[in-house]
Ligand binder design. Structure first.
Ligand SMILES: [Zn+2]
Ligand SMILES: [Zn+2]
Length: 248
């Protein structure tokens, strides 16, 4: 092998590393964080309740829960269903420290958010639903906090000064370990969850509440209530994925 061949190989290697990006899931060449093939496999939440975005059989209806009592948040953004590849990636972040997948997931959410808000309707502050301090110790990180940091980084690139702010300390705190919530009825679950969180700092008038997954919606509903009681005038909910309510 002569030196020209050798140096060409070296240059190719450097070029490849610098300019050719790879899909975060399958490692194929891709100039986005996910290649088209992997992105197409994401379960889109296209048929859902008009308000809480829980997946439904019939499009454009209010689900039973929202008809009985409409959650107080103003707008819910939940672009994917919590199943298939989305479920695998979020589980991997939560339990196996697959932090690698935070970037593509939060990038996709930020793209949906940018489409959903007009340029003058962005909110003042982004607050996340925190894990319990003991759980953070066990896992050595709080996934919603890390996801929020990534989300804000993406949004800031597009919005600049209009980007929602994040307080140095998240104003929402979790107090106790979650009990077996799935054994409680919805009403009792809401009541018990309200006691699990507290607002520990002043919050802005228009806030977005972020969580990775919304399941029954009771955590989000009770945190929304707390934020409204603490002085927020409007709360919007941002989640990556939504699961159907198991009570239906
Ligand atoms: Zn891929
Ligand atoms: Zn609903």
């Amino acid at each position: 092998m002569d030196w020209i061949e050798l140096s060409t190989q070296k240059i190719n290697k450097v070029y490849y590393r610098l300019f050719i990006k790879h899909c975060y899931i399958c490692n194929r060449e891709s100039n986005r964080t996910l290649c088209q093939h992997c992105h197409e496999g994401f379960p889109k939440n296209e048929q859902h309740c008009l308000h809480c975005k829980c997946p439904t059989q019939t499009p454009n209806i209010l689900c039973g829960n929202c008809q009985a009592s409409t959650p107080e948040y103003q707008l819910c953004i939940a672009p994917y269903r919590f199943e298939g590849i989305v479920k695998t990636l979020i589980h991997s972040i939560k339990f196996n420290q697959g932090n690698h997948y935070i970037r593509p997931l939060t990038q996709l959410l930020s793209e949906h958010l940018i489409q959903a808000y007009s340029s003058d309707s962005w909110l003042d502050q982004l607050i996340y639903v925190p894990s319990h301090p003991n759980r953070i110790k066990e896992r050595s990180f709080c996934q919603t906090k890390t996801m929020t940091n990534h989300l804000l980084k993406n949004l800031r690139q597009h919005l600049g000064d209009q980007c929602p702010q994040q307080a140095r300390q998240n104003p929402l705190r979790k107090r106790e370990h979650t009990q077996a919530q799935h054994l409680l009825r919805r009403k009792d679950r809401l009541k018990s969850k309200t006691k699990l969180y507290e607002v520990t700092a002043p919050i802005a008038k228009h806030v977005a509440l972020f969580d990775d997954v919304m399941t029954t919606g009771s955590t989000i509903e009770s945190c929304t209530k707390l934020l409204l009681n603490a002085g927020a005038e409007r709360v919007d909910v941002w989640v990556i994925a939504r699961t159907p309510d198991k009570e239906k």
